[in-house]
Design a protein around this ligand. Structure first.
Ligand SMILES: [Zn+2]
Ligand SMILES: [Zn+2]
Length: 329
């Protein structure tokens, strides 16, 4: 099969012909139709995340059709369209798994990090961690739901019932969550890089009532904020813009250092937190909610061989919405 392979961190991906993967017990084989490109992939390539399997096929927003199954895998039929997210396997036994927090499982395996992902024509996945894809979503539009959507949704839950919510960094995840938040009756304030009028306009078009630069004060205080950009100082900026009791949540897997700040900013029950990974329950809830909003994803597509260009466009913020590799179909 054709695949884009990361041989060493810090180097570009290499186009390669790999042997077709064989499904193990409980696994399905998918013919990959589309795979979303996530900022986490960039952190893996750049070496911000330090323990990937190498060589590695990246990609944890896989939309594919089932073409085969390993021993005991019976959940899906050949031809079913399924999605594969970041959470690829959990132990099911540890204190986190047995208390509804499998996202924190210490032995968890992640797609496109510990096991090969979807920057390839074929992928294998544990069927228990796959999701059926809602019918209304074409392959390319469905892919960003699987991480940008799912983990963003978990972050939105951690913000609680904040009415005035700030999104710092308006990329793939925020463009989905903005629609969900507006649907839930919240008021969205979008923060972008300074001078990025295009992204600010994009945010307003998706329902944000205000959009500005990340250093600006919004017209009202925020009851909560999600920081999507991997930029530590934004956590402090969000606190400065926050009302009493606000929760400020980092949605990324990696972030530059958070500068020290005066306790006054945290006082009055403000909370700083992070979101890690997803549980299958998050996924099921979000996949059920997305068509009811309805969430519409805006995607820029790239051929599989142009995965490096897609990663670079995320790095520079050159695209609006989500980047997706078109693999087949
Ligand atoms: Zn566990
Ligand atoms: Zn991701």
């Amino acid at each position: 099969m054709r695949a884009m392979v990361l041989e060493r961190q810090g180097e570009p991906l290499r186009a390669a012909e790999l042997p077709d993967p064989e499904p193990g017990p409980g696994q399905v084989v998918l013919s990959v139709r589309a795979c979303g490109v996530c900022r986490t992939d960039l952190h893996i390539v750049d070496g911000d995340l330090t323990e990937p399997k190498l060589p590695l096929v990246l990609g944890h927003q896989i939309v594919g059709t089932v073409t085969g199954a390993g021993e005991g895998a019976e959940r899906f039929a050949p031809g079913d369209r399924v999605g594969v997210p970041w959470l690829g396997w959990t132990c099911g036994e540890c204190r986190y798994c047995t208390s509804g927090r499998e996202n924190l499982c210490e032995r968890a395996r992640f797609t496109g990090y510990d096991v090969d992902g979807g920057y390839a024509e074929l992928a294998v996945a544990d069927e228990r961690f796959c999701f059926p894809i809602p019918d209304g979503y074409p392959d390319l539009q469905a892919a960003p739901l699987l991480c940008a959507g799912l983990i963003g949704y978990r972050a939105l839950r951690l913000v609680g019932d904040a009415e005035r919510i700030g999104f710092y960094g308006f990329g793939a995840s925020a463009h989905i969550l903005c629609q969900v938040a507006v649907h839930q009756g919240r008021r969205v304030f979008a923060f972008t890089r300074e001078g990025d009028a295009e992204t600010q306009e994009f945010a307003r078009r998706l329902g944000a009532e205000w959009a500005g630069a990340s250093g600006e004060r919004p017209p009202e205080e925020l009851d909560g904020a999600i920081v999507f950009a991997p930029v530590g100082p934004l956590m402090v900026e969000a606190l400065k813009a926050s009302a009493r009791g606000a929760r400020v949540i980092s949605a990324g897997i990696h972030m530059s250092e958070i500068p020290s700040f005066s306790y006054d900013l945290l006082w009055e029950e403000r909370v700083l937190g992070s979101v890690a990974n997803l549980t299958r329950r998050d996924g099921e809830e979000f996949i059920d909610l997305a068509p009811r909003v309805p969430v519409r994803t805006e995607v820029t597509t790239y051929p599989l061989e142009d995965a490096d260009r897609a990663l670079d466009d995320i790095r520079t913020g050159r695209l609006e919405g989500a980047a997706v590799l078109r693999v087949s179909g």
